[in-house]
Design a protein around this ligand. Sequence first.
Ligand code: 4GS
Length: 239
Amino acid sequence: MTQFEVITIFPEMFPSLLGASLLGKAIEKRLVEVHLTDPRDFALGRHRSVDDAPYGGGSGMVMRPEPLAAAIEQAEALRGSAHRVLLCPTGRPLRQGEVVRLSAHPRLLLVCGRYEGIDERVHALCHEEISLGDYVLTGGELGALVLIDAIARRLPGVLGNAESPLEESFEAGLLEYPHYTRPPEFRGQSVPEVLLSGDHERIRRWRLRQALRRTRERRPDLWARLPPERQQLADEEER
Ligand code: 4GS
């Protein structure tokens, strides 16, 4: 069971994605809980503003610290303390290693940034910062949803038999092998003969070889981290 607290000024971005498919079932089965808290509910003043102009000048607005801190503290007061993660482009880039590490926390609080950025004093309230990647989004909400999805699918009971969480590429540091289903021939392209052979050991070795070759060709960064004895299997002869 993992509980997520999401701090967002756009809570309406969440229900449809959290309600569909495997994530929806995981929430139904209470394997995952997601609570949304809107900092605007804690904003004071006639305009309920959650942002303000940056000290020192410049373009864009900055999220004010008080409504964010009040939202974080209310969520934790109601349901318990949590590991606090700020979604922002200056964070550590999200990779499967981060997903595995964060999965160990029973409660995760995800703070979604908006506007030009968040007042630096809110960064100090969080345990760590995670970035979805080196591109600019309109806010941290998609990052929070990505984290919820990637963590949820690793929880026992979420995937069923349809997919296996560990066989998948990134946990082994490899890209996936190619997949095929019926028909055996499609627009002149045939399914590799080995997959129709019924020889499970031969299939396993072929798939590993394909995964290694694809990783070498497409992701030299991942390839460089593989131990030489794994790399060597890419050029192994078919027996
Ligand atoms: C990301 C990112 C992001 C940055 C939010 C500009 C609005 C935006 N958040 N990973 N202001 N990449 N945030 O681009 O997490």
